[in-house]
Design a protein around this ligand. Structure first.
Ligand SMILES: [Zn+2]
Length: 319
């Protein structure tokens, strides 16, 4: 039951029921609501300024976590970069030096493969952009390093082929060698009796002694020549050729592929020769060079001493 409020009437000296008109009541309610709204707004603003809301608190925690993870990612990228630097240094100062290749300069290494648009352009977040650009730099350096490794591999294969092809052993086993005529250049020709260039070395050995190819290559010609007798020409590529003359016989034919140490014929005395021996020539770029500089492979000190001991510097040769 609603309470009835009373008010004192001084004219009638009585307490009379208080009658509030609807208009007055409405004004009071509006006033009350207005004051409540103002007080509430001030209170809320104060609360918000002092205490962040839950969403903001969660967002801040999330940001902090993101920053920590971002730093871990940068550290990992830094470690990868350091490891790559070690590999690059090894490449430049060891592998490339061994293979006579120039080191790559730093601008080459940092330039990357080039011609690629910056993929990071569309990334707006500065943290992600930084990490992405660092990882892209590492990727570019890896691309260059991969190219360098490919070049090293190709150069190594080329050098291996060159080392295998280069004339590098004696064409006759030292045990069967009785004398070596080391004269190279102008000499008295034993048959013609005049001074003529001698473009090789003469290995004196019994007829039938095996003759070995001194490097990998291909038989260019194997035929009978009036001066060289039975002779074999081998092309070793890399501008090297060898010739084996006055053979008793040869056991290879034009176009045969030859490995170093393979028997290709036997010592004889054919052509313009004055005794059983092998005339051996080495040519570089088409010019005869002294073969004595090409016996380093498979020749130990003792064998080399024997070779020199057998050497003769007489003014004549055997062909
Ligand atoms: Zn000779």
């Amino acid at each position: 039951m609603a309470k009835i409020r009373y008010t004192y009437n001084s004219e009638t000296c009585k307490y009379e029921p208080l009658i509030v008109s609807p208009k007055a009541a409405g004004r009071k309610i509006i006033n009350f609501l207005g004051v409540s709204f103002i007080v509430g707004s001030i209170g809320l603003a104060y609360f918000n300024s002092k205490f962040p809301n839950l969403d903001e608190t969660l967002q801040a925690a999330e940001n902090q976590k993101f920053k920590t993870e971002w730093k871990v990612l940068l550290m990992q990228l830094e470690r990868t970069s350091e490891q790559l630097s070690k590999l690059e240094q090894n490449d430049d100062h060891n592998y490339r030096v061994i293979l006579d290749l120039d080191p790559l300069d730093i601008t080459q290494r940092e330039a990357g493969v080039g011609g690629r648009e910056k993929e990071s352009a569309f990334i707006e977040n500065p943290f992600i952009k930084t990490a992405y650009e660092r990882s892209e730099k590492i990727k570019n350096r890896l691309d260059i390093e991969a190219q360098s490794m490919k070049q090293l591999k190709e150069e190594l294969e080329r050098k291996e082929k060159m080392w295998a092809s280069r004339p590098a052993i004696q064409p006759i086993d030292n045990k069967q060698l009785t004398r070596l005529h080391t004269i190279f250049g102008l000499r008295l020709h034993p048959k013609h009796g005049d001074m003529r260039p001698h473009n090789g070395l003469d290995f004196t050995a019994p007829t039938g002694t095996p003759v070995y190819a001194t490097g990998d290559g291909k038989v260019q010609m194997a035929y009978f020549s009036a001066t060289y007798g039975n002779v074999i020409y081998i092309n070793h590529d890399f501008q090297f050729e060898t010739r084996y003359a006055h053979l008793n016989r040869y056991i290879v034919k034009d176009g045969d592929k030859i490995k170093r140490g393979q028997i290709i014929g036997y010592v004889g005395d054919t052509g313009t020769s004055v005794g059983s021996h092998l005339h051996y020539e080495v040519l570089y770029s088409g010019n005869p060079v002294n073969p004595i500089n090409f016996f380093q492979r498979d020749l130990n000190n003792k064998e080399y001493e024997k070779l020199i001991e057998l050497g003769s510097r007489s003014v004549s040769s055997l062909d």
